[in-house]
Ligand binder design. Structure first.
Ligand code: HEC
Ligand code: HEC
Length: 243
């Protein structure tokens, strides 16, 4: 009885290109299957999804977009910031609020060391243009809204708190009020909201609006979590609370 010896390794090496060809053919078949006319073809991905096409022709808007390139390394190209709250979402914030903050950062009245060199590099015109550009950015789709505690009681407590104690300045849907200097809060990262509320209640911070500080000092740790949970879930654009 003869034992069949396993194929010599060099036989596999010789077969490898064939296997690769077969794999390619399978992929091509798959691609054709996906192209079947009864399936709606996927729209081509926009080259620059966060660019509002209608504004791209406006030269001032282009100045803002160019100035924002240095900001994008931290705030990300879509202005979405970081979900852990270390870097705020900027996209959609009111231009007047951004303008005021950037000037305060630039002049040193507001102390955010990470931001200083970048704010300082901006001329007056660039501050205005970058503020307008950021305000024009749509809600970043990448950012998960609705972080923070998921339990209904916390969301409800946050909703009550926001309606009774915050809406007078920040608006009933957290949309902000530039005339009062109150930033837009809906869809902001939970971690950022809680951190800012905590910072603003600390007596050492000289760079906080006194009206906001008067509120911040009255909030308990649970209040901050509840407000942050609710506000981070508010989708300012869709006008609804995400699940
Ligand atoms: C090196 C990283 C980095 C770069 C680059 C950067 N930022 Fe920031 N930015 C931060 C961080 C971190 C914070 C949050 C600071 C905090 O919450 O204390 C912040 C906060 C902000 C805020 C809110 C400030 C406030 O008053 O709380 C604005 C507005 C802002 N950045 C705009 C910009 C713009 C416009 C640019 C580009 C010109 C830019 N940032 C570039 C890191 C950066
Ligand atoms: C009397 C008006 C007023 C009320 C009421 C008020 N705020 Fe504010 N809030 C402000 C102003 C003005 C600022 C801007 C502070 C600054 O830039 O120093 C602010 C800033 C904030 C910020 C910081 C946002 C950022 O981007 O840095 C948070 C968070 C916040 N408010 C949450 C709340 C919550 C939650 C409530 C209700 C419990 C509330 N505010 C009630 C006026 C108000």
């Amino acid at each position: 009885m003869t034992r069949r010896s396993p194929p010599h390794p060099s036989a596999w090496t010789a077969l490898a290109p064939l296997a690769a060809l077969a794999a390619l053919a399978a992929l091509a078949l798959l691609a054709t299957a996906c192209d079947r006319p009864d399936r709606a073809p996927a729209p081509p991905p926009p080259a620059d999804p966060w660019v509002l096409e209608s504004r791209a022709a406006d030269p001032r808007w282009a100045v803002g977009r160019d100035a924002f390139r240095t900001c994008a390394s931290c705030h990300l190209a879509d202005g979405g910031g970081r979900p852990d709250g270390a870097i705020p979402r900027l996209a959609g914030q009111h231009a007047a609020i951004l303008d005021k903050r950037l000037r305060a950062l630039r002049d040193g009245t507001r102390d955010v060391p990470a931001m200083w060199p970048f704010a300082r590099a901006l001329s007056d015109d660039e501050v205005r243009a970058v503020a307008d550009y950021i305000a024009s950015l749509p809600r970043p789709t990448r950012v998960p809204i609705g972080t923070g505690s998921a339990d209904d009681a916390t969301v409800l407590a946050g909703s009550t708190l926001a309606t009774t104690r915050c809406a007078a300045c920040h608006g009933p849907r957290g949309e902000g009020n530039p005339a009062l200097g109150a930033p837009r809060l809906c869809g902001q990262h939970f971690g950022y909201l809680v951190r800012r509320l905590t910072e603003m209640s600390e007596p050492g911070r000289a760079d906080v609006d006194p009206r906001m500080r008067a509120i911040a000092v009255t909030l308990t740790a649970e209040d901050r979590v509840a407000a942050g949970t609710f506000l981070s879930r508010l989708d300012c654009d869709a006008d609804e609370v995400s699940p």
